[in-house]
Write a new protein. Structure first.
Length: 405
């Protein structure tokens, strides 16, 4: 994995306040410098906390290998991991077992996108149970059978066997890439960055007066910001300096922000994301809420665009597999693309504060991928892949050519 080297940036936000005194004194400059580390303290005690996000990332990580255990995984056991109850022995990590948190309770539940549409939220939560059921009921019984169009099973081409349904979809990829949007992205962009969360109740007044939560070193606003940070950097071994291990810390947002670092067209995106998180947190400490909101716009744009880039990349790279006769690679790429397309509904346009794609649009794209040909992904046309790629890229600030390398 290519490591990301920190750029020697000296980003600073300057705020100027004019004095009204008659002595012609110079302007007073309040300077907020972008921290190089995500380290914040009050009276010598760290105010950074995102343990809940780390827990959910680790739960999601443990679900991945469970999709490849046909002899032990069942619909019930996989759903139990997804809907974990405190004390249940669902994971190999006892800390996760003792947690009262779970994945499903935070899927598609952001205050901005789903608080007023619980029906849509419930449908999305059910989609992940459908992926689980499909893996167990369709793919597991055909685990050692050779897959072919219309028949689930295994494709053993290349170094890694692929396990697909009758239409060529890997349910594990749909689950993981869909969860990347429905959990991590939605909670970050549309919940913790919402003014309905950051500025709820007395949060602004309490933060301005440095009134901390009971028994804690942090204010509520500081904590909510940290929770957003935790959904992308919360599993890093050094969360204060997460770019050094970026791409290696989980298989969700962190992994794919790391992929940006290895692409010359987007290699500066990870640094921009980290800097915006660090500067936004510093702005909260300095009670500069306008500066904070500016960093939210940057992060929303970068993370949303990253999902669009990965969707287009996988739709396009699949054509190489087909052309080379490597059907397993092509279907794997299309399955990843399917999951990223699924996640487009959780992206956010900072100019409109609406999703870049509605759920109805996304559902239409997914249907087209699986139903536009007789055997779904097996014989999807290049024309369909190009049309969908162009549609996605047009909503963002990148081209299909930039994404496809």
């Amino acid at each position: 994995m290519k490591k990301l080297f920190l750029y020697p940036l000296a980003l600073t936000s300057f705020l100027f306040f004019s004095c009204d005194d008659d002595d012609n004194s110079p302007e007073t400059q309040n300077e907020i410098t972008t921290p190089t580390e995500y380290v914040f303290e009050r009276d010598g005690v760290s105010t950074v906390s995102f343990s809940g996000q780390t827990t959910r990332i680790q739960m999601a990580e443990e679900m991945i290998p469970a999709f490849f255990e046909p002899s032990t995984s069942t619909v019930e056991s996989l759903n139990a991991m997804y809907t974990h109850e405190e004390g249940a022995n669902n994971f190999s990590n006892n800390t996760l077992n003792s947690s009262g948190k779970n994945i499903k309770s935070k899927v598609a539940t952001s205050i901005d996108f789903f608080a007023s549409n619980t029906v849509k939220s419930a449908k999305i939560q059910q989609d992940f149970e459908t992926f689980i059921a499909g893996q167990v009921n369709e793919v597991f019984p055909a685990w050692n059978s050779v897959a072919e169009p219309g028949v689930p099973g295994q494709i053993a081409e290349g170094t890694t066997p692929r396990y697909i349904n009758a239409k060529g979809l890997e349910y594990d990829q749909a689950f993981v890439k869909g969860l990347l949007g429905a959990l991590m992205t939605d909670q970050m962009l549309n919940n913790y960055f919402s003014t309905a969360v950051l500025d709820a109740g007395q949060n602004i007044e309490n933060n301005t007066n440095e009134v901390t939560e009971e028994g804690k070193a942090y204010t509520t606003m500081e904590h909510k910001w940290d929770e957003a940070y935790g959904y992308i950097f919360g599993n890093a071994p050094d969360a204060a300096n997460p770019l050094f291990s970026l791409g290696e810390d989980d298989n969700y947002l962190n992994k794919y922000l790391g992929r940006q670092a290895g692409d010359p067209d987007f290699e500066e995106a990870p640094q921009r994301v980290f800097d915006a998180f660090a500067l936004g947190r510093a702005a909260i400490v300095a009670k500069d809420y306008e500066l904070r909101d500016g960093q939210i716009e940057i992060i929303r744009k970068e993370i949303s665009e990253m999902i669009g880039i990965r969707a287009v990349y996988y739709l396009q790279i699949a054509k190489i597999g087909f052309n080379n006769g490597d059907i397993g690679a092509a279907l794997h790429d299309l399955s990843e693309g399917y999951g990223f397309v699924y996640s487009l509904r959780f992206t956010r346009n900072p100019d409109t504060n609406a999703p870049n794609f509605s759920s109805e649009e996304v559902d239409g794209y997914l249907t087209e991928m699986l139903e536009s040909s007789d055997h779904g992904l097996w014989d999807i046309s290049f024309e369909t892949l190009d049309e969908l790629s162009n549609t996605i890229a047009a909503r963002f600030d990148f081209t299909v050519e930039e994404a496809n390398n």
